[in-house]
Design a protein around this ligand. Structure first.
Ligand SMILES: Cc1ncc(COP(=O)(O)O)c(C=O)c1O
Length: 473
């Protein structure tokens, strides 16, 4: 038995890299990424020693060293002195965030970003369903298997509705999804390979953090200022790492409420073009046209995706949304959607589109924005003098706690006073240190009086001294 045969027997991972496609070390890393994604190599599993793999593949040790280094740079493996190179452990800890209220008893919930309850919604839904029940053609169409992009008539309705509200996007560029989170996940799953890197504001929507983590992507935080992500920091990061996709919430970042100026958007587009990044703009936190800046998909249509959902304007339970993508990415995204579920359920789409097209939705949306504005005013009146940031259309505000309050203590004390809040941890990307701040959602209380009671409890608490901690020696 020669050296190669002996090495091949001892190697528990024997890649067969495509030697014809570019540098061999890169082909090895691509094979490694595929094997990790398909489960051939599990988290924590050790890669063969470099000399052994080199003998098995009849290549130089230098090629293997280069491949392992590149795999480490892409976040696929970790090299530890004394224990070799191992597949990176998946961070499987479920992020601590909720889409359902976990406020207990009669605690006032200020933790969730949900639309304000309005009895008009269920009344309108009843009217819509009665109307739909007589539309045999629409129902028949909804009962058929749909194209991957979703029901054509629904895409056209949505395209017309969005176009009339300053978001023109042809039906051909839309894929219907089960809400915004699905669009986020579909994009990452389809356009970013395991081990590749995505970046976002250092504080971002927890659903994005969860999706990236679930898919084994490297998620890099970009430092922020009052306008959200800083272009100088993004440029530096792009020079150090290959980033495939940048996730953006330019209208109002969830949780901080930061809004990007036009100049900031243009600076980010320039970086995206220079480093060939895809841009994923999350427009789920819908903003009225007069409050909105230029969306990224209008600034850089060739590389931008845009997410819309009815969750924040009508109802999260409908699970209806859409993803706008450049024409060249539609086949890939359609294939991804087909692999998941053929196409999304078209009955919720029939309801949502009838709601939007009939004009009934506008009554709710108008009422909703007036109520959100009034609640934002109430919040700023109550918290006057504190460092609080929010958008006039925002469902939430971001309160930087005064010294010496720490977020964890504030959230715990607020709970004792009957107010459920959410601290900064679920919004932090990677191991970013969490700021001493809390997110206050103004929409869950059914009326303004209850919101005021909750805010008064918080201002009372802010005026008090935080608990004294036991002193470790
Ligand atoms: C920024 C952002 N994106 C996406 C979502 C998820 O939207 P959906 O409920 O439509 O899945 C949310 C929900 O809170 C959100 O705040």
């Amino acid at each position: 038995m020669n050296v190669q045969e002996r090495a091949r027997i001892r190697c528990h991972w024997l890649p067969e890299p495509d030697r014809a496609s570019g540098p061999l070390y890169k082909a090895l890393v691509d094979q490694l990424a595929r094997d990790i994604a398909s489960g051939v190599l599990g988290p924590g599993e050790r890669l063969p020693p470099q000399r052994l793999l080199a003998d098995a593949l009849q290549v130089t040790v230098g090629t293997i060293t280069r491949a392992y280094r590149e795999a480490e740079r892409r976040g696929l493996v970790e090299a530890r002195i004394g224990s070799g190179t191992r597949v990176r452990e998946r961070q499987s800890r479920a992020p601590d965030f909720h889409h359902l209220s976990h406020a207990s008893g009669d605690s006032i919930d200020l933790s969730l970003s949900t639309p304000i309850a309005n009895p008009l919604r269920s009344q309108q839904l009843a009217t819509l369903m009665t109307r739909l029940a007589t539309q045999t053609e629409t129902l028949d169409a909804a009962l058929a298997y749909q194209p991957e992009q979703g029901n054509r008539a629904q895409r056209e309705t949505l395209s017309a509705w969005l176009g009339a509200r300053g978001l023109p996007m042809p039906a051909d560029e839309l894929l219907l999804t089960e809400g915004g989170q699905h669009a986020d996940y579909l994009t990452l799953q389809t356009l970013v390979r395991p081990g590749e890197a995505v970046a976002s504001d250092a504080l971002t929507y927890p659903g994005m953090i969860a999706a990236a983590r679930q898919l084994g992507l490297k998620h890099l935080p970009v430092p922020m200022d009052t306008e959200g992500m800083r272009p100088d920091a993004l440029e530096r990061l792009c020079q150090q790492q290959r980033i495939r996709l940048l996730y953006l919430m330019p209208e109002h970042n969830n949780p901080t409420g930061a809004r990007m100026s036009q100049a900031r958007r243009e600076a980010i587009v320039a970086i995206a073009r220079r480093h060939d990044l895809l841009l994923l703009e999350d427009g789920v936190q819908y903003v009225l046209p007069e409050q909105r800046g230029q969306p990224f998909y209008r600034l850089a249509p060739e590389r931008s995706l845009y997410i819309f959902s009815v969750s924040k304007i009508l109802a999260g339970g409908l699970r209806f949304g859409a993803l706008r993508a450049p024409a060249n990415l539609i086949p890939q995204l359609s294939a991804g959607l087909r692999a998941q579920c053929w196409a999304t359920n078209s009955l919720p789409g029939a309801v949502a589109c009838e709601w939007l097209a009939s004009g009934m939705a506008d009554t709710i949306i108008d009422w909703h924005w007036q109520e959100v504005r009034a609640r934002q005013q109430l919040l700023h009146d109550c918290l006057a003098g504190y460092d609080v940031q929010s958008h006039p259309c925002g469902f939430h505000a971001w309160l930087h706690l005064p010294e010496p309050w720490r977020a964890v203590d504030f959230v715990a004390r607020a709970a004792e006073r009957g107010v459920t809040l959410i601290g900064p941890e679920p919004f932090c990307v990677g191991s970013q240190p969490a700021p001493q701040a809390v997110r206050i959602c103004i929409t869950p209380p059914p009326d303004r009086a209850l919101l005021q009671t909750a805010l008064e409890r918080l201002t009372d608490l802010l005026a008090e001294a935080p608990p004294v901690k036991a002193m470790p020696i």
